[in-house]
Write a protein that binds this ligand. Structure first.
Ligand code: KIV
Ligand code: ZN
Length: 544
């Protein structure tokens, strides 16, 4: 058996499904480029049947990330997968979306647990076997690389799974993914499940990759994934920061660093360039508006911080006393340099290219003007600052409303007041003033009066990107649309309300706050006007 574990990243599909993680197409494309640079083997770029928007986003990723750059035909590119329910229409859409990639994959699934078959699918086990066999064969007639997942495998009867998976192999699937859809199993159980599948599935052979896909409802996703790998799985389905449905999916960085740090136990390799983990974690957090908890393993702000005196003393004597990984191995403290006021366009272009951003001339002009503006206010500009400026300038939703001016007065002497000027979708400039409990509240009230889209601010986070009084302030917000749609699931009527994240960066924290809020509002408006909100809600009911 190979000692290489393929990393299948589903941040853009299962991850993006989680409340508030909605990303724009430009953001998805940027995340996909970064996943490719990180070295993932497979990118699940989306669920093309969810909406035209999703199909288009997957198609662009397949074309632009799933093919080698011009002039380097032999460069390694990831497999691009599209998810499809086990029906012809979904499979056709997935194929339409991924076929432009050098290595396309159709990933189709059907539930196999008694509760899903009876209540959700209303199919009996024989019908499920039949459907799997037909739909895997149909997918195979379009695409050489087909993955099949028995949804809710963690609560399925293993004997039944062997039969279903055997049929999937017969029909042409080459990857069998075993999802613990509701995060129910324990590591011992999951180990036994994977081992049983490898040993008992008819037709299992070396050419079949067994894959694991765990959810974190009981906080055991990483442990279960590692148990599955120990049992012989050689693909792990994961997301950056562990974002995903409900409590999330297995986090990529945890699995990869566990395999690397405990190499003597596992004896397994991945293709991940771990020094990029911290950067991509921030990127995904910025785009989704989902902040990473400070004590999150590997990528949390405190993951390498030592506060207790005894720990600090130990660290000064030997780093290994309290650190099992070197921070630089995951890209922490790697802030290289460092540009300043006198750096020119060429230096900026070179540094951005080293960081993986290749901008065209127009984009470079914009980035350079932002850079000069920042350099006037901040002495030293680090990679972290540049990432924030790039995210702020380029990877935001289409501008429906755009901040055109902001003036705030606040302090102990009077009522905090904000005057806001926005350019609207019609190009008209709108100006409003409002009083609030503080400068951010006043600013948001003035924005609300102009935009006039009912929503609730769920979360507001602000932090300094680097040390120093002149640091860029970075704000992430999450807002909830008011009046979400209602849909019936099997037992009850559920109200599905979408949450949208926004991100903004500026040396002026009120400007950063305004930008973040406007970004989130723009996402909400785009989703509502283009009808993607409802479709995403339907999708949310169906998948784990
Ligand atoms: O959790 C799950 O079962 C899934 C499948 C669609 C693979 O995400
Ligand atoms: Zn899942």
């Amino acid at each position: 058996m190979t000692n290489y574990v393929k990393i299948f990243d589903t941040t853009l599909r299962d991850g993006e499904q989680s409340p508030g993680a909605t990303m724009t197409s430009a953001e998805k494309l940027e995340v996909a480029h970064n996943l490719a640079r990180l070295g993932v083997d497979v990118i699940e770029a989306g669920f093309p049947a969810a909406s035209l928007d999703d199909l288009e986003a997957v198609r662009r990723i397949a074309l632009e990330v799933g093919n080698p750059p011009a002039g380097s035909p032999d460069a390694k590119v990831p497999v691009i997968a599209g998810l499809a329910r086990a029906n012809k229409s979904d499979i056709d859409k997935a194929w339409e979306a991924v076929q432009g990639a050098k290595h396309p994959r159709i990933h189709t699934f059907l539930a196999t647990s008694p509760i899903h078959m009876k209540h959700k699918l209303k199919m009996d086990p024989e019908e499920v076997i039949q459907r799997v066999s037909e739909m895997v064969a149909y997918a195979k007639s379009l695409c050489a690389d087909v993955e099949f997942s028995p949804e809710d495998a963690g609560r399925s009867d293993p004997e039944f799974l062997y039969v279903v998976l055997g049929e999937a192999i017969k029909s042409g699937a080459t990857t069998l993914n075993i999802p613990d859809t509701v995060g129910y199993t324990t590591p011992d159980e999951f180990y036994a499940l994977i081992k049983g599948i490898i040993e008992n599935t008819p037709g299992m052979h070396e050419g079949i990759t067994v894959s694991v896909h765990c959810h974190d409802d009981l906080g055991m996703a990483t442990a279960n994934t590692l148990a599955g790998i120990r049992a012989g799985a050689r693909q792990a389905e994961v997301t950056i920061n562990g974002i995903g449905e409900r409590a999330g999916n297995t986090s990529l960085e945890e699995v990869v660093m566990a395999l690397k740090t405990r190499h003597p136990i596992f004896g397994l390799e991945t293709g991940i360039e771990t020094q990029q983990l911290s950067r991509i974690s921030k990127l995904v957090s910025n785009y989704t508006g989902m902040t990473v908890q400070p004590n999150k393993a590997i990528v949390g702000a405190n993951a390498f911080a030592h506060e207790a005196g005894i720990h600090q003393d130990g660290m000064l004597k030997h780093q290994g006393t309290y650190e099992i990984m070197r921070p630089e191995d995951v890209g922490v403290n790697q802030t290289k340099l460092v540009l300043g006021k006198h750096s020119g366009r060429h230096a900026l272009r070179t540094r951005l290219a080293e960081m993986g951003h290749s901008l065209d001339e127009v984009e470079l002009d914009k980035a350079f003007s932002r850079f000069k503006d920042l350099a006037d206010r901040k002495k030293v500009i680090t990679d972290l600052d540049l990432e924030a400026v790039i995210a702020d300038e380029f990877y935001k939703p289409r501008d429906v409303f755009l901040l055109n001016g902001l003036q705030v007065s606040c302090g102990t002497m009077g009522m905090p007041t904000a005057t806001v000027r926005l350019r609207g979708p019609d190009g008209v400039i709108h100006t409003q003033a409002a009083i609030g409990t503080g400068p951010v509240d006043a600013t948001y009230k003035a924005i609300d009066q102009i935009v006039n889209v009912p929503c609730t601010l769920l979360e507001f986070n602000i932090h300094a990107i680097t040390e120093g009084i002149d640091a860029l302030g970075e704000v992430t917000v999450r807002i909830q649309s008011e009046g979400g749609s209602t849909t019936m699931d099997a037992q009850r009527e559920v109200e599905y309300i979408r949450v949208y994240g926004g991100h903004g960066a500026d040396t002026d924290i009120i400007v950063a706050s305004a930008k973040a809020y406007i970004n989130a509002l723009n996402k909400l408006i785009i989703a509502q006007t283009e009808g993607t909100e409802k479709m995403k809600n339907d999708f949310g009911v169906m998948l784990g």
